[in-house]
Design a protein around this ligand. Sequence first.
Ligand code: MG
Length: 281
Amino acid sequence: MRYVSFVDRDGRVRPGIIEGEHVREIACATLVEYIALSPDERAHRHTLNTVPFKDLRLSAPVQPPRNVMCVGRNYLEHAKEGARAAGRELKLPDVPTFFTKAPTAVAAPEATLDLQARISPEYDFEAELAVVIGERCKDVSEDRALDVVFGYTCLNDVTARDLQRAHVQWFKGKSLDDCAPIGPWVVGAGEIGDAQQLGIFFRLNGVEKQRSNTSQMIFSIPRLIAELSRGMTLLPGDVIATGTPEGVGFARTPPEFLRDGDVMEVEIEKIGVLRNRVRIT
Ligand code: MG
């Protein structure tokens, strides 16, 4: 199943399930509230009216309960291009490099991202597969890790590169408003099958910049969940962005940063396309 959040006529964000050309509204306050129910409760939760999909303005499918969790350098070729661009020797870590993005950075699919030139001249894109956690959990073994996944979506880890470098910790350069577009919907884990075998692509104004496969991750999705949940509780609706493949703007020769009017597309096989226009003022 495919799950969305949309803005209703009264301006409220409502959760729903896509049924063909329509969306059936779920009787929960938010999609995260629905995700937090047990599978049995979810199956018996009643639904409301259907609305034509084409009439809807989508919101980010999930507003995570806290910071978006992210992994740096999780594709070998991206780790290599990053080291090359920084003039550093490539040193791969033994454990994932976790960082987070502020939840206020989350943006909707099809939304125009409002970025400010005075804050940074170096906005960059990163296509990523995002995991949505389905239950409160802790100390999850790799064997059981996929059982706690509700579904998957696309995320663009938009980054102000100069700030990412300047502050040493990546939090600030990764957390500017509108720098975490998510969507367009969450696809249930059952419908995805093997999430470690998905084509992942990024296009800028229709030109392909990233092309890889989630099979190229250094740390697998089960490993990431096991590492993160070791001694640390994960919550329903938590979003884990699993890293970006090679081809990002800063590592290109010459570097390519986002410009006013650019259209970004993150595409992941079996999920869909997350599209956002950039406005830089
Ligand atoms: Mg990233």
